[in-house]
Write a protein that binds this ligand. Structure first.
Ligand SMILES: CC(C)(COP(=O)(O)OP(=O)(O)OC[C@H]1O[C@@H](n2cnc3c(N)ncnc32)[C@H](O)[C@@H]1OP(=O)(O)O)[C@@H](O)C(=O)NCCC(=O)NCCS
Length: 246
């Protein structure tokens, strides 16, 4: 039997939505594509001080009006991958699993007893911003080169960005989610072979999440980065695909 191009994602039989389910003891947590109904779920989590203090990207305070453009952007990406996989399945039903440029699932949700679910966080995989290249011009050049590499190129430098609702911190959820996405999608379905991780120095939780997926701390970077008026050092980690599995 040939495998669906969504393999190894599962598909919700009622909604048709693809998803990953975390292993025990977090099997009530799933990772799905973004949904338009997520729009008002971001601000309460991102604005929580235990989350916002460690984030560089989103403007803080995070306003609801920022959510729709962001949602359209990430949903555009996941929709495009899903459409590409659907098309490949129709065009070449007996063909091998296609290597794609993104992961179709990223939003973490807790499934409640009644079957409904609530949004609890985000885990995105992106081409890296190469913070470890301290010279600005050199970095811009390398970022451009990295972004221009063809999907499946093993030399692409990737990274993860993530956050989780404080109500769900310290239950092993993000560690399990990152490991799952890395091993079940990024490596086999995107051809990811090299990843970088960046955290503000002192963000032990985030560094540990990376380490538990096999990332190794390399050094602390002082690039003069200023976030919300404060100078930030970055801890830099790397992950390389284990040679023994090549
Ligand atoms: C980073 C984050 C996603 C981790 O999610 P999580 O599901 O709570 O993490 P886990 O439960 O999988 O814990 C991972 C490890 O970090 C440790 N940890 C978790 N929270 C911690 C904290 N506040 N301080 C120190 N260690 C912490 C855990 O003990 C665990 O390590 P261990 O297995 O060695 O005991 C979450 O803390 C968060 O949303 N932080 C704010 C946003 C953020 O930092 N994003 C990343 C930006 S680079």
């Amino acid at each position: 039997m040939t495998r669906s191009q969504l393999y190894p994602l599962e598909v919700n039989p009622t909604t048709g939505e693809p998803f990953f389910r975390l292993p025990a003891p977090n099997e009530n947590i799933i990772i799905t594509p973004p949904r338009l109904s997520d729009e008002l779920c971001f601000a309460p989590i991102i604005n929580h001080p235990n989350v916002s203090v460690w984030l560089e990207g989103p403007p803080i305070p995070y306003l609801d009006e920022y959510a729709l453009p962001w949602l359209n952007f990430i949903k555009g990406r996941t929709d495009a991958v899903l459409a590409e996989l659907r098309e490949e399945e129709e065009r070449n039903p007996e063909g091998p699993l296609k290597i794609v440029g993104d992961c179709p699932v990223r939003h973490l949700r807790e499934v409640l007893e009644d079957g409904s679910d609530i949004y609890i966080g985000d885990l995105g995989i992106n081409r890296a911003q190469l913070e470890e290249v301290l010279d600005k011009e050199e970095r811009a050049k390398q970022v451009e080169e990295n972004n221009a590499k063809e999907i499946g190129d093993p030399t692409i430098r990737w990274t993860f960005g993530d956050y989780l609702a404080p109500s769900h911190h310290r239950r092993g959820i993000m560690s399990a989610a990152m490991k799952l996405v890395l091993e079940k999608w990024a490596v086999p379905r995107m051809g990811v072979r090299f990843m970088t991780g960046y955290t503000f120095a002192g963000n032990r939780a985030s560094a540990r999440v990376f380490e538990k997926s096999g990332f190794v701390f390399k050094r602390t970077l002082d690039s003069g980065k200023v976030v919300r008026g404060e100078l930030k050092l970055l801890d830099y980690l790397e992950w390389t695909y284990p040679e023994s599995e090549l």
